[in-house]
Design a protein around this ligand. Structure first.
Ligand code: CTP
Length: 391
């Protein structure tokens, strides 16, 4: 998820430093926007170091033009913590006179506020009325907890602990962490089978589908091991194992298999490799060159034969009689589900960002329209969640 954390000036700001750290640690992207008074408590540099993103402290002087609009578009949600009485008042009145309130008013995504202040301020008629108004407009409010306040008195007004804010934010946004506690192996890309030290036999698979599955699985809390022969940008919190050949992919997958809950084989594994790859670069000589190919191990078949409790999901990239071929592979390889797609269809298959798939299990086949590969990853992982939960 991408969060903007809006920080206004209150003592509780020290908890927000930890809040940003927690979001980052679990793979969320966070940008911080601070009010002027917030910068009196902590420096923007601190948030910059933790978030590894730019920090916005003013409407002017930002690197981007119209940064407030671009930031609002960039994020999935904005959380204002601590939200002072002043900021709450400005939000209610629609005043946008600094970076934080300008970003807030441009926000079309969920806006969550966590008020924190002295109990009398919190109970004041103005703050109470403003919060009612904001809630009516759809702003979500994380209620302050009670206890000893910074001013020394007891009462309601404390910013909840960062772990609790994260929990509440996830609840409000319906963030799904159902795969937490499960280790999932995902394979991606087309394997490369060496001909000589500089040449290989490859295929058109880009690896995008496997990377999308790895990304979404990690977002849902899974421990993801991505065994890949392509070099796309690794999604946050994903452990990557780079391989080239089918045999290397087999070794890498098998070494993680015993402790895995599921394997999703999105890789396009070469069925054959060169029998005797040359140790030296092959020189151009005769008019024809014959390469002898031998069969590669079928990784998924082997996983199916040695299955204990793991859920196995394969892909079937077909060019004809898609469903029939996919069902045969499902049975032969002892899979729980196979994702069938016609790689010749427009908007499906190799290199593109979309796919058109049918999810096939022993009991049913569900066909879907053209979707982004991230959306396809979502529906595959929904099915996987159901299968894992049945255990
Ligand atoms: N697969 C594998 N090892 C191989 C070949 C394929 O693990 N040597 C996996 C793929 O990652 C995919 C599934 O098996 O998840 C089906 O792959 P596909 O290439 O569609 O089928 P094949 O079994 O290779 O059969 P064919 O080439 O005859 O279509």
């Amino acid at each position: 998820m991408r969060f903007i954390v809006g920080v206004s000036g209150g003592i509780a700001i020290y908890k927000v430093v930890d809040l940003v750290r927690r979001f980052k640690k679990r793979g969320d992207e966070v940008r911080v926007v601070m009010t002027d008074s917030a910068t009196k408590f902590v420096t923007p540099e601190l948030f910059r170091e933790i978030s590894l993103e730019p920090v916005m402290t003013g409407v002017f002087g930002n690197e981007e033009t119209a940064a407030h609009i671009k930031w609002a578009e960039w994020c999935d949600a904005m959380i204002i913590a601590p939200a002072t009485a002043n900021v709450i008042g400005k939000l209610a009145a629609g005043i946008a006179d600094d970076a934080l309130t300008t970003v807030s008013i441009a926000m079309t995504k969920p806006l969550i506020i966590a008020p924190a202040m002295n109990k009398d301020m919190f109970n004041s008629a103005a703050v109470t009325a403003n919060l009612v108004l904001l809630k009516q407009r759809g702003v979500k409010v994380i209620d302050p907890s009670s206890g000893e306040l910074a001013c020394g008195v007891e009462g309601v007004g404390r910013l909840p602990e960062p772990s609790e804010i994260v929990e509440q934010v996830d609840k409000i946004l319906n963030v799904n962490k159902k795969l937490s506690g499960y280790k999932i192996i995902v394979t991606a890309g087309g394997t490369r089978e060496a001909i000589d030290p500089v040449r290989y036999i490859g295929n058109r698979s880009s690896g995008k589908m496997g990377y999308a599955v790895a990304k979404v699985a990690a977002e849902r809390g899974a421990e993801v091991v991505l065994v890949t022969s392509s070099d796309l940008q690794v999604p946050p919190l994903v452990k990557v194992v780079n391989v080239e050949s089918a045999e290397q992919m087999r070794q890498a997958v098998l070494s993680e298999y015993g402790t895995a809950s599921a394997v999703i084989m999105a890789a396009a594994v070469a069925d054959y490799r060169v029998a005797n790859p040359s140790e030296q670069k092959i020189k151009k000589a005769e008019d024809t060159l014959t390469l002898e190919l031998v069969k590669n191990p079928d990784i998924l078949l082997e996983l199916g034969q040695n299955k204990q409790k793991q859920i196995l999901i394969g892909f079937a990239a077909e060019t004809q009689t898609v469903e029939k071929n996919a069902v045969e592979k499902l049975k032969k390889k002892n899979l729980d589900m196979i994702v069938a797609n016609d790689v010749t269809a427009e908007g499906a298959g190799f290199g593109v960002d979309t796919n058109i798939v049918t999810l096939i299990t022993a009991n049913e086949a569900k066909s879907y329209p053209k979707m982004t590969k991230i959306e396809v990853a979502d529906i595959i992982l929904n099915e996987l969640e159901n299968m894992l939960c049945k255990d």
